[in-house]
Design a protein around this ligand. Structure first.
Ligand SMILES: Nc1ncnc2c1ncn2[C@@H]1O[C@H](COP(=O)(O)OP(=O)(O)O)[C@@H](O)[C@H]1O
Ligand SMILES: [Mg+2]
Length: 295
């Protein structure tokens, strides 16, 4: 007779109904977790049949459909007993207004003008600008406009007015031209440690157009420079409640017109972690999950 086996730890890898089996990048840690005695499985966040209490940890992954349902999503996060990243981080991080907090803490961020709900959509009259909602992902409702071109400026005003009418906060940023050459650098942290980095090609060619759950991205491997790592660490240090509570973090940086890295986005909710782009990353993610559960 064999001895009874200790119950395996169970981890929910949280996804959305459109990707019930997870995005393929997100399945990479399932085998490394199994090797560590952890049963990890995809679970759809808004599936009413799920018993979240049955999981030792729920890890938000490809839950990419919350932008139009943020209140529902953050309320869900608060109901999950053991969630990574924690619910208050999710609440803070699902609205890009957190960039204002980062800037106030001295972190270099992309120059941004904020159009709050109920404001009038006043836009620059020359130069290239990006217009996007503060609550969004996957580059949805995000466009690039040449404000000196009256037709494009009218489209930008139309987008901003539509978003404001929907009671959404709108961000207007100078188009960071260095993304066309240098691209965007995503710096990945797992369990508080720098893990790897990737380069994302420029994504905006013109006015906002219809996209599905997310816009296709061109990803290649790259390592982070010392100055990128420094800014990324600064951003993490400014997270309310401290970065020690984070299982994963991604800091997206672009070079500003002076060539210095500035934060475009701090992704603490449902970032693609690009685990397949670095040989050791799925194992490091599994180690981080195990360490997180043991805290
Ligand atoms: N100010 C900007 N300058 C240049 N490109 C931008 C700017 N803002 C956004 N983009 C492009 O649009 C993409 C999506 O915008 P982002 O702010 O990352 O929001 P999200 O990824 O949540 O949709 C970025 O990856 C980048 O390619
Ligand atoms: Mg982004």
């Amino acid at each position: 007779m064999s001895a009874p086996q200790a119950a395996k730890a169970r981890v929910a890898l949280v996804t959305c109904a459109e990707l019930p089996g997870l995005d393929e990048d997100e399945t990479a840690p399932i085998a490394p977790l199994a090797a560590r005695g952890v049963l990890a499985e995809p679970v759809v966040w808004d599936d009413p049949a799920v018993d979240w209490d049955a999981y030792d940890l729920a890890v938000i992954r490809s839950a990419w459909d919350y932008a139009g349902r943020r209140a529902e999503f953050t309320a869900w996060a608060e109901r999950v007993p053991r969630l990574a990243n924690p619910a208050d981080v999710v609440r803070w991080n699902t609205d890009k207004s957190y960039l204002r907090d980062l800037a106030a803490a001295g972190v270099p961020v992309v120059d941004t003008t904020w159009l709050d709900p109920d404001s009038t959509a006043t836009l620059p009259t020359s130069g290239e600008y990006v217009v996007k909602p503060a609550v969004s992902s996957g580059a949805r409702n995000t466009g690039r406009y040449d404000m000196a071109d009256s037709a494009q400026r009218a489209l930008a005003a139309g987008l901003a007015t539509k978003l404001i009418a929907e009671k959404r906060t709108v961000m207007v940023q100078p188009y960071q031209h260095a993304v066309d050459t240098a691209g965007e650098t995503a710096v990945l942290f797992l369990g508080g440690h720098y893990s790897h980095a990737i380069r994302k090609g420029a994504m905006l060619t013109g006015p906002a157009s219809e996209v599905g759950l997310y816009k296709e991205e061109e990803i290649t491997t790259r390592s982070a420079t010392d100055s990128e790592l420094h800014v990324a660490q600064q951003a993490l240090a400014a997270v309310p409640g401290g970065a020690r509570r984070l299982l994963y973090a991604r800091v997206d940086l672009v070079p500003n017109p002076d060539g210095h890295p500035v934060v475009l986005e701090l992704e603490l909710t449902e970032p693609s972690l690009f685990l397949r782009h670095d040989e050791g990353a799925p194992e490091r993610f599994a180690d981080a999950v195990v360490a997180y559960m043991a805290r």
